[in-house]
Design a protein around this ligand. Structure first.
Ligand SMILES: Cc1cc2nc3c(=O)[nH]c(=O)nc-3n(C[C@H](O)[C@H](O)[C@H](O)COP(=O)(O)OP(=O)(O)OC[C@H]3O[C@@H](n4cnc5c(N)ncnc54)[C@H](O)[C@@H]3O)c2cc1C
Length: 393
């Protein structure tokens, strides 16, 4: 197995690194978090994505006619790695780029592709995901939001919940029940909904981090043109699953996990535990070694996925493995950091005695959300065992 990059790829990495160095936005320490939906912050984040896109570094693998570069997946991997290493801001349009975009490329009409794909890249359209409902999370196919086809329009009524980014999203990719008499997986359709449509109400939900990253979204006789249906009527489950496979991949970044682990090592070397650096404590050393082995294993799993991608194989069970392993690992790394910090780990971001600018307790809470969002660990294990290993239900 050859795990090294070619000379051309290394040259490309240097170019990317130098571009990021010149263009990385300056950190604004007083800035509102993006979750607040602050228009200034949203605009800055859109500007950053547009700049990256203009440089050719967003969705590089997409076809050229839709704004991509039809580039090699390795190049996008290099760009992603460099962005994480530079601690660059994430992309505000991630759900568009990594979830609905690839789904439209696979299942969308020509009109849908031309209408949405270029704007997803330039951040003119920010997307949110309307899947979960009260009572329909893991059992997603039991969803009840109803869409009735009347003439050339769907009339949508119901409620979504835990909808990340809905507070500033322009569009939602949304699952609705179009045939209530059919078996539950067979009466669902996949709609593209303009969030400015009359009848939509968005209410923020505050998470334990203190930020309101997700929302309840209510639909009261919302009219959606029939041309916004993706795939066949009542066969939206197929389309929904293609988006889910892309989501599982989105939620696991090896480089970010490695960075978190490096931060944990720094903490262990500098913070005292029982009168000596935490890294010298035998119990903590075992824990660090265990985490490091998991980080390495995740890295090799990512290489395997990269190989699949290069060979044109769709993200399959590997995406579930990635989601399961990376989200749990990130949470365990943050948990180890809190243990090293002892009572300092409970300090809020603005306290005078806060360690590492208070990022660890926030990471601990935020990463727990990622273990649940995008399908819980238990659900990923079900998928891996049933679809991957062929075990009985
Ligand atoms: C941070 C965050 C962001 C999110 N963003 C979005 C979003 O943008 N859009 C969206 O649509 N949704 C979003 N969600 C919702 C997320 O997809 C659901 O929370 C998730 O699918 C779990 O559903 P639930 O919360 O209803 O829990 P439930 O399905 O009620 O699960 C409760 C518990 O039971 C377990 N369980 C359930 N069924 C089984 C089973 N068959 N086998 C074994 N164990 C089982 C689960 O693992 C879990 O531990 C987000 C969630 C979080 C935490």
């Amino acid at each position: 197995m050859n795990l090294s990059f070619t000379a051309d790829q290394e040259t490309f990495r240097k170019q990317v690194r130098s571009w990021i160095k010149t263009n990385l936005p300056k950190k604004d320490t007083g800035a509102q978090p993006l979750e607040s939906g602050d228009p200034k912050r949203v605009r800055e984040m859109k500007d950053w994505q547009r700049k990256l896109h203009q440089a050719g570094y967003v969705a590089m693998g997409w076809p050229k006619e839709y704004g991509g570069r039809a580039a090699d997946v390795v190049e996008q991997t290099i760009v992603n790695e460099e962005l994480v290493l530079a601690r660059a801001p994430g992309l505000i349009g991630m759900m568009g780029i990594l979830m609905v975009g690839p789904t439209l490329i696979q299942h969308g009409t020509v009109e849908q592709k031309h209408r949405h794909l270029p704007k997803i890249l330039t951040a003119e359209e920010i997307w949110c995901q309307g899947y979960s409902e009260p009572g329909s999370g893991s059992d997603l196919a039991s969803l009840k939001t109803r869409a009735e086809l009347v003439g050339d329009e769907f009339i949508v009524n119901g409620q979504k919940v835990w909808t990340s980014n809905a507070q500033y999203a322009d569009w939602m990719f949304c699952l609705v029940r179009t045939d209530p008499t059919a078996p539950k997986h067979k009466g669902i359709s996949y709609l593209l909904v303009d969030m400015k449509s009359p009848g939509i109400t968005v209410r923020p939900l505050v998470q334990m981090t203190g930020d309101a990253g997700f929302n309840e979204v209510f639909f009261d006789n919302v009219r959606v043109p029939r041309r916004n249906l993706v795939g066949e009527l009542n066969l939206g489950w197929l389309v929904a699953n293609s988006t889910l496979a892309h989501e599982r991949n989105m939620l696991g970044s090896t480089t970010r996990t490695q960075q978190m682990f490096n931060g944990l090592l720094r903490l262990a070397q500098t913070r005292q535990r029982y009168g000596r650096p935490a890294a010298d404590d035998l119990v903590m050393r075992q824990r660090l070694a265990d985490l490091m082995i998991r980080v390495e294993a995740m890295k090799y799993h990512a290489f395997r996925q990269l190989t699949d991608s290069i060979r044109g194989r769709p993200p399959g069970i590997g995406a579930s493995v990635n989601k399961l392993v990376s989200t749990e690992l990130n949470h365990d790394i943050a948990a180890a950091a809190l243990e090293i910090m002892g009572s300092y780990g409970t300090l809020a971001r603005k306290s005078n005695h806060v360690v590492d600018r208070g990022t660890w307790p926030i990471e601990f809470m935020f990463t727990l959300g990622l273990v649940i969002g995008g399908g819980t660990s238990q659900i990923q294990k079900n998928i891996i065992s049933e679809r991957g290993l062929g075990m009985p239900r």
